[in-house]
Design a protein around this ligand. Structure first.
Ligand code: ADP
Ligand code: MG
Length: 485
């Protein structure tokens, strides 16, 4: 075990297992034909089935089953040819039926894994099971409505997958990495939009501590309500310290559900085991068991896209870029497609990677934009790299050109012409600028000649400034050194 995996001065190890809820990207709900579209006026996407009227009968959405199988296959699970739904009984105002239709003893997928990369090493996290269930509605408590609360049932009946991990995760960082990979795979598959802010991907984390070397797991707490990678990491870090303090003081961790309060940066007890629900699961009598044929499974498998891990390995082997670059470039399908288009258009693979991970991501992040709404096309980046290669523009000018291209969606040639950004490689012109700078920098010249060679940067900067950044840098360096000798 490496030191990064222990806590409390090397005394304790954390054991973490995540339960992820992913909203499936089906157009309609899991047991009725209502729309699943996010953001509609409250209670406009409901019907007698999802509001739980007596006597109605659910009809299973085939697409939801297909998406669950697809996800299971992508995560290396066994797909159950026979599974069924169960009623999970509990009372809450956002659950009009008084029970949630879920799966219990016979889930649709079992026994898979997700590989994550942490500090350069691959680690495999086991998946215990994936089951399907319906989402509940949403309670709305607004201070402006006085003593009233509201219930919006648009979300009731939206299909969810619950993906349960084995307790294989050992650090908050691994947990966040697992979530990132999970999101990436779900988005590649097109089964979930991964929007954590809107709640279409959320996770509960179970965490316990045990003394290093002990085999048995400690008593765990379950953390709810974490809707960002950062919160998952923060909440787990907080919880590790809290549980260690309890243990160090000779106390016992209480098995309970805790809520992450992101504003206060703490987890708070929500309910203990004594108050825990007895869900009284039993097989859902209104739905027949789900029988899945091998043919159907094979068909879905044949349609799986190339997934992030496979793509990362291919990027490393066919483009010769570092693992690190490949990992970032394949995290999103859209990013990897953009990358490959730029390389196919003639861009040198590492150069394309550098510009994408550097300038492009910086500009997109600044405006909170995604690649889909980026004016700059991959072929245009390849075009700009060509101008750098043949010496038309310097690396410094390229940054200006890139930003112009990004803002206006114009080709590099056009930007260079319009803004007069062609690199100056005329020795005479550069020499003239150097002479002027040296003439007015007698003191610096003296110091340089006396051995202060760092001053070369100062001279280069002055000349570049005089030439508006357009001097050929190599030529400028050579000429300057010659003159200073
Ligand atoms: P529940 O039915 O209460 O949700 P499960 O046994 O299904 O409990 O486990 C839920 C999650 O908790 C799983 O991801 C599992 O890996 C994890 N888990 C179970 N025991 C522990 C433990 N002692 N410490 C940390 N995580 C645990
Ligand atoms: Mg649980």
């Amino acid at each position: 075990m490496s030191a990064q995996e222990t806590f409390g001065n090397g005394k304790y190890e954390a054991v973490i297992g995540l339960e992820v809820h992913a909203q499936m990207l089906t157009e309609t709900k899991i047991f009725c034909g209502c729309s699943t579209k996010f953001g509609a006026e409250p209670n406009t996407q409901t019907c007698p089935v999802d509001i739980g009227m007596p006597g109605v009968l659910p009809v299973l959405n085939k697409k939801a089953v297909e998406f669950a199988i697809k996800t299971g296959l992508a995560m290396g699970c066994r797909i159950s040819t026979y599974s069924r739904f169960a009623r999970k009984n509990y009372f809450y105002p956002d659950l009009p039926k008084g029970y949630q239709v879920s799966q219990y003893e016979l889930p649709i997928c079992e026994g898979g894994h997700i590989d994550i990369v942490v500090d350069g090493a691959v680690k495999r996290i086991g998946i215990t099971r994936i089951h399907m269930e319906e989402d509940a509605g949403k309670n709305i408590h607004e201070s402006s409505s006085g003593n009233y609360s509201f219930v919006d049932l648009n979300r009731a009946g939206v299909p969810l997958m619950e993906i349960v991990s084995e307790p294989d995760i050992r650090t908050p960082k691994e947990a966040a990495e697992y979530m990132r990979k999970m999101r990436s795979i779900l988005r590649y598959l097109g089964v979930c939009d991964g929007n954590m802010e809107q709640g279409s991907l959320r996770c509960d984390a179970n965490i316990s501590m045990r003394p290093v070397g002990q085999k048995e797991f400690g008593i765990r707490a379950e953390l709810k309500n974490m809707n960002s990678f950062r919160f998952i990491e923060k909440a787990l870090e907080y919880e590790i310290n809290r549980q260690i303090s309890v243990l160090e003081e000779g106390g016992k961790v209480v098995q309970e559900t805790r809520l992450w309060d992101s504003a206060a940066g703490v987890t708070q007890s929500m309910r203990t085991k004594e108050e825990a629900h007895d869900y009284r699961y039993f097989p859902e009598p209104d739905l027949v068991p789900i029988e899945v044929t091998q043919e159907w499974i094979k068909g879905i498998e044949a349609g799986l896209p190339e997934l992030p891990d496979a793509k990362r390995e291919r990027f490393v082997s066919s483009y010769g870029i570092p693992e690190y670059d490949a990992e970032l470039l394949t995290s999103e399908r859209a990013i990897s497609d953009w990358y490959e288009r730029a390389v196919t258009a003639g861009g040198q693979p590492k150069a394309v990677s550098n510009w994408m991970m550097g300038e492009l991501m910086r500009l997109l992040n600044e405006e909170n934009k995604s690649l889909e709404d980026c004016l700059l096309k991959p072929e245009q980046l390849a075009g700009m790299l060509k101008l750098m290669d043949n010496g038309t523009i310097s690396g410094k000018i390229a940054k200006t050109v890139f930003e112009e291209m990004y803002r206006g969606g114009k080709d590099a040639d056009a930007v260079v012409k319009e803004k007069g950004l062609v690199q100056i490689s005329d020795e005479g012109a550069i020499e003239k600028a150097i002479d002027e700078v040296l003439a007015r920098s007698a003191k610096e010249v003296e110091r340089y000649r006396a051995g202060d060679e760092k001053l070369i940067g100062f001279f280069v900067g002055q000349v570049m400034k005089a030439m508006k950044g357009k001097a050929n840098p190599q030529l400028l360096n050579d000429l300057l050194k010659r003159k200073l000798q």
